[in-house]
Design a protein around this ligand. Structure first.
Ligand code: ADP
Ligand code: MG
Length: 333
């Protein structure tokens, strides 16, 4: 059987099944943004790792070394924030082609990596025959009571994201379509190359009892929300008219043929905003305090239901239901 017949998540499911019996009681392994391991009294260690491969995750001639160093760490830090934790240390393994990558490139990469102020504690360095390979592991910590998981959403919860969606995917599309440089297309590429992980937001939301489930958006809400729904055995309705699309993405999408802002926002991925579900009675208060704290709104996009773990897309502004196979997020295979 080929891997693309079961997909990235089918493959991960097979791995998880095989290793579940070896995971000690009280430890949480495969299935969430981080593994969760008991640490000091009342504290958990959060561990996450991500791999970035040249040609799959980035194009060496388009992203600067500094940007790559920062982005590689950003996507890992985002997973710790997504569980309500704070990063305390990192490990970095690098595969580098001997030709074509100089010491100056490495210095710039490490300058970007260092920009988050989180210590690098170790790693590995090898030659690569296929391009640049970056693997990072981040250790974080959180009080047990503050760890937010994917499998704790409840029917009736309201669903929110912490920022606009689709700009990173639009930036990638600008690069792949070779669109001319304008202030707008340059800005979209910046969103793709310099994502801002919502670290403070994640730590703050971790302290909120009204937040039931949380994860970060790496593959697009259309795919990532399904992880919360399947993990929690709940359904969801998502209101397409409330998907947050920035004015920048809106006007760029109107300008280019075949661009659909809403589709990019739902399926594009690499936004690294947080996706969360909130007890309905806490939602208004949380929205007020989030905005007071961060000067930016929480965007409500839907509601969890007691239905099957699927997303029903509705356009409440237009009063229509949309076929739910219309939006699919990113899958590596
Ligand atoms: P994220 O996008 O948050 O980094 P992924 O979708 O990559 O998460 O992974 C989902 C879950 O599967 C995570 O718990 C991750 O640790 C686990 N996982 C992914 N690939 C593997 C692998 N090759 N071996 C073991 N666990 C894996
Ligand atoms: Mg994640």
């Amino acid at each position: 059987m080929k891997i693309n017949e079961i997909g990235e998540f089918g493959l991960i499911g097979r791995i998880a099944e095989r290793f579940a019996p070896l995971v000690p009681a009280g430890w949480e392994g495969i299935g969430d943004d981080c593994a969760v391991i008991p640490w000091d009294e009342g504290q958990s260690m959060l561990i996450t790792t991500d791999l970035l491969v040249e040609g799959v995750h980035f194009l060496r001639d388009r992203i600067s070394a500094r940007e790559l160093g920062a982005k590689s760490l950003a996507v890992n830090l985002s997973d710790v924030a997504a569980m309500g934790g704070r990063a305390v240390g990192t490990f970095l393994s690098l595969g580098l082609p001997a030709e074509g990558v100089g010491v100056e490139w490495c210095d710039a990469f490490f300058e970007g990596y260092r920009s988050f102020g989180v210590p690098l504690l170790g790693g590995d360095t090898t030659a690569s025959t296929t391009g640049i390979i970056v693997n990072i592991t981040v250790l974080g910590r959180a009080e047990n009571s503050r760890v937010k998981r994917r499998n704790t959403a409840r029917p009736g919860d309201r669903i929110a994201v912490t920022g606009p969606l689709g700009e990173s995917a639009a930036g990638l599309r600008v690069l792949l379509e070779g669109l001319p440089s304008t202030p707008d297309t340059d800005e979209l590429i910046r969103h793709h190359h310099r994502p801002r992980p919502h670290l403070k937001e994640g730590e703050w939301l971790g302290r909120e009892r009204g937040v039931h489930a949380m994860m970060d958006v790496s593959d697009g809400v259309a795919s990532d929300l399904l992880h919360i729904l399947r993990g929690s055995a709940v359904g969801a309705t998502v209101d397409l008219s409330r998907i947050p699309v920035s004015p920048l993405l809106q006007r760029t999408a109107e300008q280019y043929d075949g661009w659909e802002a809403r589709r990019l926002a739902l399926t594009g991925g690499e936004d690294y905003v947080l996706l969360l579900t909130v007890a309905p009675e806490e939602a208004d208060d949380l929205e007020r305090r989030f905005e007071a704290q961060f000067g930016r709104p929480l965007h409500w996009i839907g509601t969890c239901t007691a239905g099957a773990p699927e997303i029903v897309y509705r356009d409440e502004a237009a009063g229509t239901t949309v076929e739910n196979t219309t939006y699919r997020g990113f899958n590596h295979f």
